[in-house]
Design a binder for this molecule. Structure first.
Ligand SMILES: Cc1cc2nc3c(=O)[nH]c(=O)nc-3n(C[C@H](O)[C@H](O)[C@H](O)COP(=O)(O)OP(=O)(O)OC[C@H]3O[C@@H](n4cnc5c(N)ncnc54)[C@H](O)[C@@H]3O)c2cc1C
Length: 377
């Protein structure tokens, strides 16, 4: 590694990798720094691997825009580069007449966001499509799918490296200072600590992105960048029950819930899991609390009556980096070139929770424009 970068990307999760592959070019020195042993060890490999359609997010929000665009870009990438995926569709199921109005609201929101092909299903239509699912009505989203997130990250990494990005693992950014119109980045690796200069910094440090913003002196509490950790646990479904549905099955989301409600996801091998639930935590750990099993069972058995308590087994957990504290309303992704904070060339990405996996290629496009702007000035 030479010690002068044009662009330094902090964090090799799916977002940092997508950005690296997008901003790389022959005439740019680009570093991608990751504190772990390899890429994608945190939130990017602890999620549902769903390619979202963009139904839930308020119109005009970055979450809605990048999700819609990301959905299209991901399917294109998957087809072009043979990345494992399936556009299997999803249904959001109302279990009671009182929930049907909520489905209508989601339908309208999805349509105004530009989601294609949404369709309300009657009880009979639902029964034909998914005979094992119980509900009074459903909203069908055909453009929802699943993806092999490891394969996607490997693709972004390969493309970044092919385009000259230098990737450093076990390299933790521990300090950033402003110095003569550039940034001095201090890092620690197995050999000790060193520093280098960079014109542009892109902070994609996921759960630690507020800490990285603090390193350059941003008052995260004051500007609304403080992250709140919201844990999501999963239980797998065994005993052969996993072949009884063909699509992703979601409940109608409840107001104030931190996620989309405990739902059924399928992976590319058709293994079924339930989750994630949603509860705020103080610290990061990925243990699954087995005492949640009853709550998982009860929340899905209304929709999937074939599931029995003993079919469930604790599987894994992920943590959402949320900008909204418990009980607060929707907050959008922060993707900001911090010129207004006196930090030209410093781009913060904070609160990249769901649909961050889906949005990654669209976020990369958006950030690439900010980088071009920063390098022009
Ligand atoms: C339970 C759950 C389910 C989800 N389901 C979906 C879904 O189905 N579909 C979807 O679209 N999205 C989903 N998401 C959201 C999606 O997983 C995230 O938005 C996405 O993975 C975020 O990627 P990232 O690169 O920003 O963060 P991360 O994957 O967390 O990567 C950040 C990286 O930065 C590194 N880092 C941090 N600090 C430093 C430092 N100081 N120096 C060097 N490196 C550093 C970390 O080690 C990490 O590797 C889900 C999230 C959760 C938690």
């Amino acid at each position: 590694m030479s010690y002068q970068a044009d662009i330094t990307i902090i964090g090799a999760g799916v977002v940092g990798l997508a950005i690296a592959s997008r901003v790389a070019s022959e005439d740019r020195e680009v570093y991608l720094l990751e504190k772990n042993e390899t890429f994608g060890q945190e939130t990017s490999s602890r999620n549902s691997e769903v390619i979202h359609a963009g139904i839930y997010y308020p119109e005009g929000s970055l979450k809605a825009k990048t999700c819609l665009e990301g959905n299209i870009l991901l399917y294109e990438l998957c087809q072009k580069y043979g990345i494992g995926h399936r556009k299997l569709g999803k249904i959001i199921v109302a279990t009671h007449d009182t929930e049907v109005d909520e489905l209508e609201i989601l339908l309208k929101r999805g349509e105004s966001n530009g989601v294609d092909g949404l369709k309300m299903l009657s009880q009979q239509e639902l029964g034909k499509l998914e005979p094992s699912v119980k509900g009074v009505a459903a909203l069908l989203s055909p453009s929802t799918g699943i993806i092999n997130s490891q394969a996607l990250m490997r693709y972004f990494l390969g493309s970044a490296i092919d385009n000259g990005v230098q990737v450093a693992y076990r390299t933790k950014v521990v300090g950033i200072d402003k110095a003569s119109g550039e940034y001095k980045v201090r890092v620690e690796d197995s050999g000790g600590s060193f520093s280098f200069m960079s014109t542009v910094i892109i902070n994609c440090a996921g759960l630690y992105s507020d800490e990285v913003a603090e390193m350059i002196g941003v008052n995260v509490a004051k500007v609304g960048y403080k992250l709140h950790y919201c844990k999501g646990e999963y239980f797998s479904v065994g005993n052969g029950k996993d072949k009884l549905v063909n699509r992703l099955v979601y409940p109608v989301p409840k107001t104030g819930e931190g996620g989309h409600g405990i739902h059924v996801t399928l992976d590319l091998d058709r293994r079924m899991r339930l989750g994630p639930n949603s509860h705020y935590v103080e610290k990061i750990d990925y243990l699954v609390d087995n005492s949640q099993k009853r709550a998982f069972y009860e929340s899905v058995v209304k929709i999937l009556p074939f599931i029995e308590y003993d079919d469930l087994e604790a599987e894994m957990a992920g943590i959402r980096p949320k900008l909204q504290a418990e009980g607060e309303d929707f907050k959008d992704f922060v993707i900001n070139h911090e010129c207004d904070k006196g930090l030209p060339g410093f781009i913060n990405l904070i609160g990249i929770e769901s649909p961050g996996l889906t949005s990654a290629p669209a976020i990369a496009k958006y950030v690439s424009n900010l980088v071009n702007e920063a390098l022009k000035n």
